[in-house]
Write a protein that binds this ligand. Structure first.
Ligand code: UT7
Length: 325
């Protein structure tokens, strides 16, 4: 039976030039390369320059995705930007990207689901495209988490980095089978009772300040693997796809131990797992599109591949998406 699918036409990424290594961090706080690598798998992260805003990173990733898709901003009628580090409280970062791309048509808005933001944004854009209301979407994850960090807190400042990634989705008629290209299923969850385990202690409606990221790392870790595997299993159950059918597993990049434990619990072979956390750190909503762009650029992800995305983060929020590339 005919049905519309959101097909990935292209993807792109942008990382700020400045690289901060674990040994650079050990000059700032009481930590070591050994501790950070052993506990997280992170070796380095990129940090935005003073004049690099989230929208600037997003624009560069969006331009790269458009080039990859062979399209221009004129072809796009929806921009969804997932970010927790907007340039301003308002207007939305997505509208800044829209303006920078020279777009005066269509709609642009931000979406906030912290580290799950990209999967939430992808699912949202998918619903717009498959309803027939919009034709082509730019879905962006962009963050400057370095601006939210307490650089005196070694339990958080070693974990995060800055960057942006984007995909272009296009509505296309499929047959309604799992052989169709495009987004095949998405699963979104949240539970606000977990707020205090991972949050920013400021905001315009409370402290009227920007605030700093605060995390009970061990508590987040304790919930992460179960939540991630739950939503991936939802995708398996809905589609009938199994771990063996997956070509690539592209998880949110927070901690290599969480990624490894989730893949193992799901029965996904280690050589199918795309890892970038070693060189990007945790870039929140940007981590999945950055990983997708890396695995596309080096030729791993190819047309027809089955790609499983998952993420978990502040809220808590957690989500999965299955895409046939
Ligand atoms: O993207 C959103 C989701 N976020 C996450 O997924 C993060 C989830 N949590 C984690 O990744 C891990 O919990 C961490 C990497 C944050 C911490 O790893 P852990 O194995 O859970 O360590 P811990 O918090 O239990 O701390 C162990 C020790 C503590 O010392 P004591 O109390 O045992 O003496 C910490 O004070 O390590 C100490 N520690 C550090 N030592 C050196 C904490 N941070 C550091 C550090 N360098 N940077």
């Amino acid at each position: 039976m005919f049905r519309l699918r959101s097909v990935v036409r292209g993807c792109g990424a942008y990382l700020p030039e400045r690289v901060m290594t674990n040994s650079d961090l050990s000059q700032l706080v009481e930590t070591s390369d050994e501790w950070i690598v052993q506990r997280t798998g992170i070796r380095a992260r990129h940090i935005a320059a003073e004049d690099e805003t989230t929208s600037l990173l997003a624009e560069k990733a969006a331009r790269a995705a458009l080039v990859d898709a062979g399209l221009t901003a004129d072809d796009i009628d929806l921009v969804v930007c997932a970010t927790s580090t907007p340039d301003y409280t308002f207007p939305a970062t997505a509208t800044q990207v829209q303006a920078a791309l020279g777009m005066t048509h269509g709609a642009a808005f931000d979406l906030q689901a912290v580290c799950s933001g990209f999967v939430f944004a992808l699912a949202t854009a998918d619903k717009f495209l498959t309803s027939g209301s919009h034709r082509r979407a730019l879905v962006i994850g962009a963050e400057t988490f370095s601006r939210l960090l307490d650089w005196n807190d070694r339990t958080t400042c070693v974990l995060f980095g800055d960057g942006a990634g984007a995909v272009v989705l296009e509505a296309e008629e499929g047959k309604g089978t799992l052989e169709d290209r495009g987004v095949l299923t998405t699963h979104l969850r949240s539970d606000g009772r977990h707020r205090s385990k991972l949050f920013v202690d400021g905001g315009p409606g409370s402290t009227r300040t920007v605030g700093h990221l605060r995390m009970e790392g061990r508590e987040v870790f304790r919930h992460a693997v179960g939540m991630i595997t739950d939503v991936v299993e939802d995708a398996f159950r809905t589609t009938g796809v199994t771990a063996d059918d997956i070509t690539w597993f592209v998880p949110h990049q927070a901690n290599k131990r969480i990624i490894d434990a989730s893949a193992q619990k799901l029965g996904i072979a280690p050589d199918k797992v795309v890892i970038t956390v070693d060189r990007h750190g945790n870039t929140s909503a940007a981590s999945i599109p950055l990983a997708l762009a890396a695995a596309r650029a080096d030729g791993r992800i190819r047309q027809g591949d089955l790609v499983m995305l998952e993420a978990m983060g502040g809220g808590f929020t957690w989500a999965s998406a299955l895409i046939r590339w």
